[in-house]
Design a binder for this molecule. Structure first.
Ligand SMILES: Nc1ncnc2c1ncn2[C@@H]1O[C@H](COP(=O)(O)OP(=O)(O)OP(=O)(O)O)[C@@H](O)[C@H]1O
Ligand SMILES: [Mg+2]
Length: 261
């Protein structure tokens, strides 16, 4: 079988008893690139966090399966070992842990005990990816994300992605804060991974990224659901026309904002 399949069915997720995701259905197979777009606050990052198992996000209904295995039963580290990867919208700073040490232990956690990568091979691989992504080699010796610029953090997420080689990756606004050259380099890295064994969910606000990384499917998320799916042409239409037409087409009303008296 080529690659893994991540199957999300009727997913409902709440944060502090407020329902954010209201029935998400999405299947990502090895070899497929899916883009998710949608207005601010509609639940895109919540979907990413729920897939990776962030404890704050409570799944109240529905299922997430990876090759038929129940992801919701797995701890966060088990999900990573099973081949899921999340590049976060806001990567965390980890003081006291160098980027290089973090990468090496992440790789080894995935490979499992007794199958650890040798230090020499690790350095060789890391150096070649650092070169590929045009990242300054000194970055590897700095504490993870500490003092990194916005764009450096995003580049670092792709460094992790390329070294960990997950089965299914979720990239949450990997293009935000990137300068034009960085956008090109980051896209080059993601495209390099494209093969039948790699599926990818790309959350983005801008068609611009999709000029570099051509998605097979584009989905629109609104009010906690995927309300429309199509091909790359859908992203182009959103870029030029915004989201109003979808609301009109589907009869979606803007959610009333609770106001304090
Ligand atoms: N940890 C949290 N605590 C409280 N509310 C949260 C938390 N995470 C998300 N929310 C709320 O859930 C809703 C969806 O947030 P989410 O981050 O998923 O949106 P998004 O679609 O990723 O938006 P953006 O495009 O701005 O990144 C928002 O109203 C947000 O305030
Ligand atoms: Mg978000």
């Amino acid at each position: 079988m080529a690659g893994s399949t991540l199957e999300i069915k009727n997913l409902h997720v709440s944060i502090e008893d407020k329902e954010i995701l209201k029935g998400v259905d999405l299947t990502i197979k090895g070899g497929e690139f899916h883009a998710v777009m949608g207005p601010n606050g509609t639940g895109k990052s919540t979907l990413a966090s729920a897939i990776m198992g962030h404890p704050k996000y409570e799944v109240t209904e529905g299922s997430i399966l990876l090759d038929g295995k129940d992801v919701l039963e797995m701890e966060v580290d088990e999900r990573a070992r099973a081949g899921l990867f999340l590049a976060m919208q806001y990567p965390s700073e980890i003081s006291g842990v160098t980027t290089s040490d973090f990468l090496r232990s992440s790789i080894n956690a995935r490979r499992g005990e007794g199958n650890e990568i040798s230090l020499m091979n690790f350095i060789k691989e890391m150096d070649s990816v650092l070169d590929y992504l045009e990242i300054d080699k000194n970055m590897a010796q700095r504490y993870l994300n500490e003092g990194f610029s916005g764009g450096e953090k995003k580049r670092n997420e792709i460094l992790q992605l390329m070294l960990l080689k997950p089965e299914i990756a979720i990239l949450d606004e990997i293009d935000s804060g990137l300068d034009i050259d960085a956008l090109r380099v980051v896209s080059k890295g993601i495209n390099k991974l494209r093969d039948d064994n790699f599926g990818c969910l790309i959350i983005t606000h801008y068609q611009r990224l999709l000029n570099y990384i051509t998605p097979d499917y584009v989905h629109v998320m609104m009010q906690g659901r995927i309300v429309k799916s199509g091909g790359p042409e859908l992203a182009k239409r959103l870029e030029s026309e915004g989201y109003e037409w979808i609301k009109e087409e589907l009869g979606i009303e803007d959610e009333t904002v609770e106001q304090k008296a």
